[in-house]
Design a protein around this ligand. Structure first.
Ligand SMILES: *Cc1c(COP(=O)(O)O)cnc(C)c1O
Length: 472
């Protein structure tokens, strides 16, 4: 979400760079204690600090997951898996029976549910951009993967399509048909009536949580967060929350960040990536078991997943972000100034005056540093003169806007440095500002100056759309 947000609102504030827009984001999080399986909660109670539920958003709370013995964590995971498989068995039995299928055929199907198989879950709304059938793009290859007798793999699907979404419904029908093919019989299970109750078992009972949205369409993908805190490992496109949450040790990714010229090419690349990672990473690690039947490598990834996402993708953290970054600054501002209507009237008057005068601001560069070379790591001082119309110097911020100029003329590593007022000639309304900038790397640097409005009653000066650049 962070990755694309900065470009969304570029048009709204034409005077500033897209990534400076005052629109910010808060990443979604899940209500940890509602989604954490009861037996895991008990286990975490033993190893995390007392009352850890009151400190969910604190990163240190989760580090102690490391101290859980691998066989303990695995044991509790297996319990959840067995519970899930029972639910799948009942659910599939009921729906087959409702379709008039005979007892023997039903038994033939559900008896194949295998607690020792690497179990991959996919459950969400069947909106087409989520690409539920991507894993079947190369039927030959997925047949091979699901039919290795020494390393069994099974898929569990659940989800609903919107009643008006025919394409979404077609995807579900397609999976039903695939699941009936002889080579997939007893390898692919579809759970009907996906709801929060079933979701609880799915997100805690499978081994891998598969998520295949078409980049960059996924807003968040909260089910992956539910899985992760339960030690279910995410295998997902780097989109939505996973673009933030993935750290190379806590799960796997699908595809790359490349842009594709067509959906076909994107789907080919992403499905190949699914097969490759399953064949070369996920399946080998899962079945690399010691004499106790535990893959320590696997359990370590489970632990990394819980530690790295348990606090960060919780509603506790989300509420802290909203409160600290958004609500409190606004409430403080409102209590301080907006309770008194005369303040608001004064502020409006001030704004009108700023708007009338703003364009008459003049900025002059005082030092000429063009075409000089400076070694990386050194600081340079830049100064400018601002000549103000009927605007108080208290009501402006002057900034140096600097960055490295790349070969193709764009600016990167942008820093915005507030400048210090060093001298004023009030009669002439001239003010000298100074800043030091540090060049951290070699290359071509450029800088410019700008003036922004300043007032205690504004949180985001960008919102007034009053920005004066030296060049303008
Ligand atoms: C969590 C959840 C969702 C949302 O999952 P996404 O990964 O965001 O698509 C949808 N339905 C149910 C029942 C859920 O529990």
């Amino acid at each position: 979400m962070v990755l694309y947000l900065e470009n969304y609102f570029g048009d709204v504030w034409p005077e500033i760079a897209a990534n400076e827009s005052p629109i910010t984001h808060v990443t979604n999080g899940i209500h940890t204690c509602s989604w954490l399986a009861p037996n895991l909660k008990e286990l975490y109670n033993k190893y995390l600090i007392p009352y850890w539920q009151d400190s969910i958003q604190v990163q240190d709370t989760w580090k102690k997951i490391e101290n859980i013995p691998n066989e303990k964590l695995w044991e509790e995971h297996v319990k959840r898996k067995e519970k899930l498989l029972k639910i799948v068995r009942d659910n599939v039995t009921n729906s087959m029976r409702a379709n008039g299928i005979g007892y023997e055929e039903i038994n033939d199907m559900v008896s194949k549910l295998n607690p020792n198989a690497l179990t991959i879950g996919f459950a969400r709304r069947f909106a087409t951009y989520k690409r539920a059938t991507l894993i079947f793009r190369d039927l030959e290859r997925i047949t091979q993967i699901l039919n290795d007798e020494s390393r069994p793999v099974q898929l569990i699907f659940a989800g609903k399509a919107h009643p008006a979404d025919k394409e979404g419904q077609d995807l579900i029908r397609y999976i039903y048909e695939i699941a009936k093919k002889p080579q997939f019989k007893g390898k692919i299970f579809i759970v009907e009536n996906y709801n929060i109750g079933i979701a609880r078992y799915l997100v805690s009972g499978v081994d891998v949580w598969l998520n295949t949205p078409r980049r960059p369409m996924e807003a968040s993908g909260t089910s992956g967060q539910k899985a992760s805190v339960n030690g279910v490992i995410n295998f997902s496109v780097l989109d939505g929350w996973w673009a933030e949450g993935y750290n190379s040790k806590n799960g796997w990714t699908i595809g790359t960040n490349d842009e594709y010229s067509s959906y076909e090419i994107q789907d080919d690349a992403d499905s190949n990536s699914i097969y490759y990672t399953l064949e070369n990473k996920i399946i080998p690690i899962y079945f690399d078991k010691d004499e106790n039947g535990i893959s320590n490598k696997w359990v370590n990834i489970m632990k990394n997943s819980i530690i790295s996402t348990g606090g960060k993708y919780s509603t506790s953290r989300m509420l802290c972000d909203y409160t600290e970054n958004l609500y409190m600054p606004l409430i403080n501002l409102s209590h301080k100034y907006y309770n008194d209507l005369s303040n608001v009237a004064d502020f409006n008057e001030w704004k009108s005056k700023m708007i009338i005068n703003w364009n008459k601001i003049q900025i002059e560069q005082l030092n000429n540093l063009d075409n000089i070379s400076i070694d990386a790591g050194n600081k340079i001082e830049v100064t400018c003169k601002v000549i103000l119309p009927d605007i108080d110097v208290k009501n402006i911020n002057v900034e140096t806007y600097a960055g490295r100029i790349t070969d193709n003329g764009t600016i990167e590593n942008i820093t915005i440095i507030p400048m210090e007022l060093v001298e004023s000639n009030d009669e002439k309304r001239e003010h000298i500002f100074k800043a030091k900038l540090e060049l951290t790397t070699g290359g071509n640097y450029g800088y410019t100056f700008r003036v922004m409005p300043k007032h205690d009653m504004i949180l985001d000066p960008e919102n007034l759309n009053l920005i004066k650049w030296i060049t303008a």
